[in-house]
Design a protein around this ligand. Structure first.
Ligand code: BV8
Ligand code: ZN
Length: 250
């Protein structure tokens, strides 16, 4: 891909960069995005119907099994070149913040250090009542595992629709978005709030906004650069073009 020269020079000069990622950045690791139709047993459900406290109250075992199925899928997933390119960018820029909506943990696995998980992590499990984290749990086939501390049902440590985001993660993400020189929005349809507002906040504070997606989104017309393509291909090429061997890292 040929990149606009002004994008290259923006990135070479950038002191602070922030990147918001969504399910699209993990698509090339073999994980379905929320927009892709779910497969098999789960095809009949919309994620928004399962990822909510109401769904868990109505049918806790169904919701627990959906997350157990996703944890299994993630076990065999590995970071793809897009994740690694973002980790490389962090090593090249003075201040880099990775803000992710994903709960799959692949950014940290790829070596990203400063990661703000806005929607929690599917790898962590906590008690739905006393909040205690569980390291291990039974996989009893007909009921949700119980908390060792209080006996109530366990749940995934993710943010469901209608639940508030972790305050410290959101505050850090808003701060990074408002002070950055360049803001990337990668592999996200830009629908879910408040994450989807971050690129607009960055733009309003004067950042150059770069969107990487297969197709346009509500952000595209506001973005300064729209790099249409797979993040696993576009991002490594961009990192090479900006910080190739002739340009010293920071
Ligand atoms: C809150 C964790 C308040 C769980 C998730 C009406 C209007 C506006 C807002 C609302 C509204 N009604 C309700 C709301 C608020 C609601 C919301 O935004 N709803 C939406 C549906 C409108 N938000 C909330 O409820 C949030 N909480 O607001 O709380 C509050 C405050 C105080 C006190 C109490 C309450 C909580 C939202 C978090 C929900 N949890 N995940 C889990 O994972 O199971 S959301 C989940 O879905 C993801 O985390 C992610 O955020 C979202 C999916 O979006 P994407 O990641 O973008 O994925 P998607 O599949 O949509 O798109 C993929 C993109 O990638 C596509 O564009 C595709 O083209 C592209 N792509 C694909 N392959 C590639 C690619 N791009 C590049 N390369 C590729 N290879
Ligand atoms: Zn408990």
């Amino acid at each position: 891909m040929i990149f606009p020269p002004e994008l290259i020079s923006f990135l070479r000069k950038a002191e602070r960069v922030a990147a918001l990622t969504g399910a699209g950045v993990s698509q090339e690791s073999g994980l379905r995005t929320f927009r892709d139709s779910q497969s098999g047993l789960w095809a009949q459900y919309k994620p928004t119907d399962l990822a909510s406290p109401e769904a868990f109250a109505r049918d806790p075992k169904l919701v627990w099994d959906w997350y157990a199925w996703r944890r299994e899928a993630i076990k065999s997933a590995r970071p793809n070149p897009g994740h690694y390119a973002l980790a490389e960018m962090e090593s090249r820029v003075a201040e880099f913040s990775l803000i992710t909506q994903n709960v799959d943990g692949l950014h940290r696995m790829a070596g990203s250090k400063r990661v703000h998980e806005l929607h929690g992590s599917i790898q962590r499990v906590r008690c739905s009542v006393c909040g205690r984290y569980a390291e291990t749990w039974g996989d009893d086939s007909d009921q949700v595992p119980a908390c060792e501390n209080c006996g109530e049902m366990l749940r995934p440590d993710v943010v469901w629709f209608g639940e508030p985001l972790p305050r410290s993660e959101l505050e850090a993400a808003v701060k990074a978005s408002c002070v950055c020189d360049v803001f990337f929005s990668v592999g996200t349809s830009g629908i879910v709030q408040p994450a989807a507002a971050l690129p607009f906040a960055a733009k309003n504070k004067g950042a150059a906004v770069v969107e990487v997606n297969l197709e346009p989104t509500p952000l595209t017309e506001k973005a300064d650069f729209f790099l249409q393509g797979k993040s696993g291909e576009v991002l490594p090429e961009l990192v090479n073009a900006v910080w190739d061997s002739t340009h010293p890292s920071r």
